[in-house]
Ligand binder design. Structure first.
Ligand SMILES: NC(=O)c1ccc[n+]([C@@H]2O[C@H](COP(=O)([O-])OP(=O)(O)OC[C@H]3O[C@@H](n4cnc5c(N)ncnc54)[C@H](O)[C@@H]3O)[C@@H](O)[C@H]2O)c1
Length: 391
């Protein structure tokens, strides 16, 4: 079949296998050309099929020489093409195995105890010594079923207390539009923490610790975002921000546990705002990203997911024995984004942005390209008029 992009409410519901494989391959080739990272060789990535998780996995394997296991939740091909991560995983496993690395991808709900059992058994079978040295928690999901009670929790991205009134972008129509998001109900905060906070991460680490599959000196990390004050009402001070604060609290608990049990460490890395399938649906953030990209590209400090995660493992996590942290005990990968000169420029232009000057003041084209590539579209060298086998 011939597959075309189909975007409904800012969400692309189609994916192009050939385009996705080409993008994943390009990221792998970029990583192979970076200086090698001296790091341990057994890595588990929860949420490793797209975005930051995939980039961390590619870095660990192709710059760090690590065997990797990925858990992600993908729609398999049926009448329609699969979800993007399905094709990314397939390309990753093929390329890593071709280099003699062990690489497997498990397609299952990471929030379930059943999946934990399967993964722990796989760690014992796949990795040398039956243990892992690094556990990356990079899940982003709108829902989570509590594995003990069966109750389903839904996360929302809403402000707390006051409604958000501001502007955002309609990516398809390339327009700046007014956005108004009512404050959340009190009852929406807890479910968001349940889905995007640290509870599930802790269950994973506890289960793996008990099963003896974490190696001496193991590290674990989860990803967060802080952002500048123009995004705070909707992000850091909103429902999702409460979940991210819970993630940090969880990391502190895990750190104590892992340090005493295995001389290990746990940390939260605060990453840069980038175009991923998850971030594109957050109000305000995409408009902020288009301006951020323009300014960082002009300054020569722009990074995508790949560059960020390579820099993290090479220069912050495995440079010395312990991950390099700031005064608040966080690994700051958003250091270049939050640079004062960058933020001053953003503030200079933020109020002025409207539909008529959107293309001139922001990197709308860059945002659009990244977004389309996440789904395998508009990738150089791919013939989109050709029939593709979705399997
Ligand atoms: N994108 C950004 O701008 C940004 C910035 C800073 C931090 N972060 C954080 O990085 C983390 C990853 O986000 P992303 O933007 O890379 O998202 P993404 O949507 O690209 O990736 C999410 C991953 O989670 C997996 N997943 C979702 N539900 C699952 C389930 N039930 N079981 C197994 N796997 C499941 C998906 O398959 C995918 O691999 C999140 O914690 C996010 O808040 C993102």
């Amino acid at each position: 079949m011939v597959i075309e992009p189909k975007i409904i409410n800012s969400i692309c519901i189609t994916a192009h296998p050939v385009g996705l494989e080409a993008v994943t391959k390009r990221q792998i080739e970029w990583t192979k050309n970076q200086p090698k990272i001296d790091m341990p060789k057994r890595v588990l990535v929860l949420g490793g099929s797209t975005g930051y998780g995939l980039s961390t996995r590619i870095t660990a394997a192709f710059a760090g020489g690590a065997d990797t296991l990925c858990v992600s939740f993908e729609k398999e091909p049926a009448k329609r093409a699969a979800s993007p991560g399905f094709y990314n995983n397939r390309m990753f496993d093929k390329e890593a195995q071709a280099l003699g690395l062990k690489a497997e991808s498990i397609n299952a709900d990471a929030f379930s105890h059943e999946t934990r059992k399967v993964v722990i058994a796989k760690i014992k079978e796949l990795f040398e010594g039956g243990q892992v040295d690094l556990v990356v928690y990079s899940l982003a999901s709108p829902v989570r079923v509590d594995p003990d009670t069966g109750e389903m929790y839904k996360s929302v991205i809403k402000p707390i207390g006051n409604a958000f009134k501001g502007k955002t972008i309609n990516v398809v129509r390339e327009e700046v539009v007014a956005a108004e998001i009512p404050a959340c109900e009190e009852a929406e905060i807890e479910p968001t923490i349940k889905v995007m906070g640290g509870e599930d991460w802790k269950i994973w680490i506890d289960a793996m610790l008990e099963a003896g599959v974490l190696a001496e000196g193991v590290k674990t990390t989860a990803y967060s975002y802080h952002g500048p004050h123009i995004t705070h009402n909707i992000y850091w001070d909103g429902t999702i921000g409460q979940a991210k604060k819970h993630l940090k609290k969880t990391s502190d608990e895990l750190e104590k546990k892992l340090k005493s049990a295995l001389g290990g460490e746990s940390f939260v890395a605060v990453n840069k705002a980038l175009v991923t399938r998850s971030s594109s649906v957050i109000p305000v953030v995409p408009l902020y990203i288009t301006l951020l990209f323009k300014i960082m590209k002009e300054k020569g400090t722009h990074e995508g997911c790949m560059e960020q995660m390579y820099r993290m493992l090479a220069h912050k996590v495995y440079k010395t024995g312990m991950a390099e942290r700031d005064d608040a005990d966080l690994v700051r990968m958003d250091d270049w984004e939050m640079d004062q000169a960058v933020q001053d420029e953003i503030m200079k232009y933020w109020e002025q942005i409207e539909t008529s000057n959107l293309k001139e003041l922001t990197d709308l084209a860059g945002f659009h390209k990244d977004y389309m590539e996440l789904h395998g579209f508009e990738v150089e060298g791919v013939d989109y008029s050709a029939d593709v086998d979705i399997n």
